[in-house]
Design a protein around this ligand. Sequence first.
Ligand SMILES: Nc1nc2c(ncn2[C@@H]2O[C@H](COP(=O)(O)OP(=O)(O)OP(=O)(O)O)[C@@H](O)[C@H]2O)c(=O)[nH]1
Ligand SMILES: [Mg+2]
Ligand SMILES: [Zn+2]
Length: 363
Amino acid sequence: MVAGHARGDRVTSDSDQMQTDRQAGEWHGPELDALGWTAALHTAAQDVLKAAAPDVQPDLLPARVAGVGRGSFRLWTAQGEEGALLAGVMRQDPDSQPVMGDWVVAQRLLDSPDLRVTAVLPRHTTFARAVHGGLSRQVITANVDTVLIVTAPDADFDLPRLGRYVAAVHASGAQPALLLNKTDLTRDPQPFLAQLRSLAPGVSVYALNARTGEGLGDVRGALRPGVTAALIGSSGVGKSTLTNALLGRDAAQTGAVMPDGLGRHTTTARTLYRVPGGGLLVDNPGLRDIAVWDPEGVATELDVIEQIAADCRYRKCTHTGEPGCAVRRAVQRGQISAGQLEAYHALKGTAAPTRRNSRPPRR
Ligand SMILES: Nc1nc2c(ncn2[C@@H]2O[C@H](COP(=O)(O)OP(=O)(O)OP(=O)(O)O)[C@@H](O)[C@H]2O)c(=O)[nH]1
Ligand SMILES: [Mg+2]
Ligand SMILES: [Zn+2]
């Protein structure tokens, strides 16, 4: 299944025995456990291993995707972080590309500094967004156990929207938790917390001041060794500030909030971090970039856009760059995502300005 690079020095039964021992060591261990390795993954990996050519098997190892570029990946292995490319077999199938958080089987080559990803192991959760006019889904993060939905007691606080995120997280297979950050912005955070609790009974609700670290201990409790958490929420709610507080260092860039209280989309890429004391954390860009996949939700989202469009300056506004466009303003504010607007354009047959030559209109 993989393009093998046979190593000429592995022919005697003595070295075969050594290889078997080496394999056994690489597919177990505290380092992998800390990255979220499980018994189910181990079983699946053994099947991949057995299906590989015998001369390739010793060069295979399990790894977790910690960064995704254009055709290239950052992988965490039991040894540390390494760069990787896709093996030829994987490039042919666009549906099986690795995403952030995936566990993969990778091959170490003698003649390349980069590992080759040869298989993606089964995902236990998948966080997806709607693409192609809401008609198909694109997985953007895999194997996240807990999603911390971050909001603040200011203009961002929108209970129905938070409720949709809770539903989307449930649909992904992960556990949602609600996090009220910037508690310093209100004299009494209790009414906000009460609303969050009423929204989703049984879902943990945390109060936090990410700048001072007040309430951080409770959030830390949601992170345990081997558990992967992800932060979602509008731009500027403090996801990266919280990330840095949890890591105890300035790892993620944070951005000032504009006078209108809105963020600037400081974080542009998904990044996976190891939290000291246990746990893994994905810091996501602001919600402009995370349109969650929700089959029942598509129609409602379109209704929402039509409602917002009532405030556009021009009655026949196409929301593709006209002045005074309320829809594009809503996207900038993170009220609706760019993906939702794209879906709207695709369904209406109007081109989004960034993709003029996109697919033909659906009717
Ligand atoms: N008052 C107050 N400000 C905070 C708090 N947490 C974060 N901030 C500020 O909010 C601003 C935005 O914080 P970020 O951490 O960059 O927000 P983000 O959610 O990562 O934003 P994107 O990366 O754009 O999605 C920064 O100026 C932070 O200092 C808090 O608890 N209280
Ligand atoms: Mg950020
Ligand atoms: Zn408009």
